[in-house]
Design a protein around this ligand. Structure first.
Ligand code: ZN
Length: 288
């Protein structure tokens, strides 16, 4: 199953449709009692059972530019740092023995396609697999981790490196939460949908390009802490809630680690992709 947020309304996407040219139906229009895309995660099992009964005879084209974030108001957002060996190495850090956790404030969330205003500092890209929690809980076992994930989407953990590292200790939450710095989408895809497409939800390929030049490319199987491991590690401390978001970390290739460092400039286009999920496209506009 694939869902999206079209103009603030929950949309069920047609199975098997091209992620770049999706078609779908308005969930409330088809009989689901609540049009709010964020509210669906609290009724995830009920929604899945209902969605299985929907016929896709009367779909409409979904305009990617009109999509909002699949989680417009997440109750809690977890960002994971240094979760790929190659990225930890390029950042000059030892491999973490426990997840490095920070937050991105929910006001920074935006849809998968659109313009983003540059912040005053050096703006960097971080393509990331994003997991959204369905059934929450505390003390979830890693073996049960996938059962608590509603689905997967794609995100950019955009980061102002000047704000992030203005003074020790680093301010990850501030540097990564300017308006628009958390684009996510285009759709939320369930793990079983990915398996049905012949994909392994623990081994998806993702990457991003700046003005057509590939800068990041990796596989989620290279993560130090997998999605179910992160569910277990996070829920060992924090009670996870329906609709919570986990940015699972970025592979190597960030601009700050290039020689010389490279950051996003006015007019740059950042295109991100993940097999089985789809893509993001951001254009950066002047800070003023
Ligand atoms: Zn990140």
């Amino acid at each position: 199953m694939r869902i999206a947020n079209l103009d603030g309304r929950l949309v069920l996407l047609e199975p098997g449709a091209d992620p770049d040219e999706p078609r779908g139906i308005d969930a409330a229009g088809a009989g689901w009692p609540d049009p709010d895309p964020q509210a669906v995660y609290a009724r995830w099992d009920e929604f899945r059972a209902w969605a299985a009964t929907v016929s896709f005879t009367d779909t409409a084209r979904v305009d990617l530019a009109a999509l909002g974030p699949v989680t417009p108001r997440p109750p809690q957002v977890f960002g994971i740092g240094l979760n790929y060996r190659d990225h930890a190495a390029e950042s000059g850090f030892a491999l973490p023995t426990d997840p490095v956790v920070f937050t991105k404030y929910p006001s920074s969330f935006t849809g998968p396609v659109g313009d983003i205003r540059l912040s005053p500092g050096n703006v960097d890209w971080e393509v990331e697999l994003v997991a959204v929690i369905g059934a929450g809980g505390h003390g979830i076992a890693e073996a049960d981790g996938w059962d608590h994930v509603a689905g997967l989407t794609l995100g950019q953990d955009l980061s102002d490196r000047v704000t992030q590292f203005a003074a020790p200790p680093a301010q990850f939450g501030m540097g990564k939460s300017y308006p628009g710095f958390s684009p996510v989408g285009p759709a939320l895809v369930t793990a079983d949908e990915l398996r049905g497409d012949g994909l392994d939800p623990d081994d998806l390929e993702l990457g991003c390009r700046v003005n057509g030049e590939s800068v990041q490319k990796g596989r989620t199987s290279a993560m130090i802490f997998s999605v179910p491991a992160l569910v277990a590690k996070l829920s060992a401390v924090v009670t996870l809630l329906p609709g919570d978001v986990v940015f699972t970390g970025t592979p190597s290739g960030i601009g700050a680690s290039m020689t010389p460092p490279r950051f996003l400039a006015e007019g740059d286009e950042l295109v991100s992709w993940c097999t089985g999920i789809g893509g993001l496209r951001q254009r950066f506009v002047s800070a003023r």
